[in-house]
Design a protein around this ligand. Structure first.
Ligand code: NAD
Length: 498
């Protein structure tokens, strides 16, 4: 069985006989297709040392030369898109067209990184005082790291290292150990595009590897995307070790369905946003908050009909709508949440427990599930389910719906379906959520904005990719300069000039 290793200094690391490994599953078949090495402390330290050695030359490489590599990288990603999507499908389970879409969002982040010479120009003020000029530069930090989740194995690393690298940093990536191969393949393509050895290193691993990255003083900043308990641990540990950190966490995204909404459109949008990628998206809409019983009844009856033709199956059949969840344990967890909603008195309108997928009987599948009558005290409402489950909560007013969203611990994404512009404006002004959609179910910001939630969906100040990434991966230096025409200026000032 093949073992996925590490890429350090643009070389595959030879694995020792006693290297710890863990299986990588094909979630559609339920079989382990390969293993992944779990880096030891020494291996992670080797990667950090490679990144540190590459830093001085890379920092001094002109931004347009760094960007030129990103242009070639973009071309290689496009040329190899089907190959990458295939690897994502095999290890994650998402259908090929969805994997291609994920990759496209990552490529857009590479395109943004191509603008480095423009983005790094800084700020300049002439004559801030007599003969005095002042400017701010955005200088690289040094070695930075990214720790990424399983659910977007190709895209989330591309949120991070193209911008970090193009800003002059060197990088150590620790992808999810559940589906490591696409990150390895994409990193190889970046080297094919001309990246010098040591600028990007990939170590696979688990907590042992992450803890080295969090504690090693050579690492200056940490970008993390994953679940909230781990995000909080990463943020507090990185901070305690003097590092800059952005840690994006979990979500529970609500969509308000107003009585005036175009219900057919809302149902269509909710279908894709709740069940696409098996609900394993941090922007998945997992709760529909229907305002008034008439809206709730219409939503439930149309949704339960629209869900009937949904096709669940393996990634390689592009007629499927979504695939399996990531592991057997996760499948059991999702089913457990459906059970608990039922025990708490909610009504399972469409039941996706125990789907029969011909030819893939051992796969980690959960069918699309619709639950009515969910209330805020239920555990299945409070927690992120991260599966193909849409919960419906009934409320009497828009204010009640908004209060519910604002009271939830997560604040990643949200959406309102309405025809009322005033209501939509009130919603976007007052909702305590970082990414807001108005009749847009998955308001994932484009690559030239930045991505991030509020409350316990993000620990830190700066969001991922886009303009915030320039600020996150650089530190500001402000220089004030005077060149007196008559040489060294005479006289001493003991006070600030009035
Ligand atoms: P996870 O938190 O289990 O793992 C994320 C990363 O952390 C992995 O690389 C993993 O190896 C590492 N890790 C896990 N346990 C650790 C520990 N104890 N100590 C140190 N490192 C550890 O998340 P996941 O299951 O891979 O991904 C799904 C989660 O990610 C969901 O909660 C989802 O909402 C969230 N997510 C959030 C965003 C966002 O932008 N906010 C985007 C994608 C996914």
């Amino acid at each position: 069985m093949k073992t996925v290793g590490h890429l350090i200094n643009n070389r595959a690391v030879a694995l020792a006989d006693n290297t710890r490994t863990t299986p990588v599953y094909n979630p559609a078949t339920g079989q382990a297709s390969k293993k992944v090495a779990l880096a030891s402390t020494a291996t992670v330290e080797e990667a950090i040392a490679a990144a540190e050695a590459a830093y001085p030359a890379w920092r001094n490489t002109p931004p347009q030369k760094r960007a030129a590599i990103m242009f070639r990288f973009k071309e290689l990603l496009e040329k190899n898109a089907e190959r990458i999507a295939e690897v994502v499908g095999e290890e994650h389970g998402k259908i090929s067209h969805d994997a291609m879409g994920e990759l496209q969002r990552g490529i857009e982040c590479v395109e943004y990184a191509c603008a480095a010479p423009e983005l790094l120009k800084g700020e300049h003020s002439r004559n801030v005082g007599p003969g005095i000029d002042c400017w701010s530069e955005f200088q690289a930090l040094g070695v930075v790291t990214g720790i990424t989740p399983f659910n977007f194995p190709a895209m989330v690393p591309l949120w991070m290292y193209p911008m970090a690298i193009v800003c002059g940093n060197t990088f150590v990536l620790k992808p999810s150990e559940r589906n490591p191969s696409s990150a390895m393949l994409v990193a190889e393509l970046l080297h094919e595009a001309g990246l010098p050895a040591g600028v990007l290193n990939v170590v696979n691993g688990d907590k042992e590897a992450v803890d080295v990255l969090l504690r090693d003083e050579r690492v200056k900043a940490v970008s993390f995307v994953g679940s909230t308990p781990i995000a909080e641990y990463i943020y507090t540990t990185a901070n305690a070790n003097g590092k800059r950190c952005q840690a994006l966490g979990g979500a529970k995204n609500h969509a308000i369905v107003m009585p005036d909404a175009d219900m057919d459109n809302a149902v269509n949008q909710l279908l894709g946003a709740a069940f696409g990628s098996s609900g394993e998206r941090c922007m998945a809409l997992s709760v529909a908050v229907a305002v008034g019983d008439a809206a709730a009844d219409a939503l439930i009856s149309k949704m339960s009909v629209a869900m009937q033709p949904l096709k669940v199956g393996a990634y390689s059949d592009s007629s499927n709508d979504f695939g399996p969840v990531i592991t057997r344990q996760h499948q059991e967890k999702v089913v457990g949440f459906i059970d608990s909603a039922e025990q708490d008195g909610a009504k399972i309108v469409v039941d996706g427990r125990n789907p029969k997928i011909e030819g893939f009987e051992d796969g980690f599948f959960v069918g699309a599930t619709l639950i009515d009558g969910v209330t805020t005290n239920m555990e299945s409402y409070k927690q992120e389910i991260f599966g193909p489950v849409l919960q419906v909560v009934r409320v009497n007013s828009m204010d009640e719906a908004m209060q519910m969203i604002n009271d939830h611990e997560y604040g990643n994404g949200t959406c309102i379906f309405t025809r009322d512009g005033e209501a939509a404006r009130y919603f976007s002004d007052n909702i305590q959520v970082g990414m807001v959609g108005i009749n847009v179910p998955l308001p994932v910001p484009v690559a030239y904005h930045s991505f991030g939630g509020w409350k316990r969906s993000l620990f830190g100040d700066l969001h991922a990719y886009g303009p915030d990434a320039v600020r996150f991966y650089t530190k500001r230096k402000t220089i004030t300069q005077r060149w007196p025409s008559s040489g060294v200026r005479e006289g001493v000032d003991f006070s600030f000039p009035a």
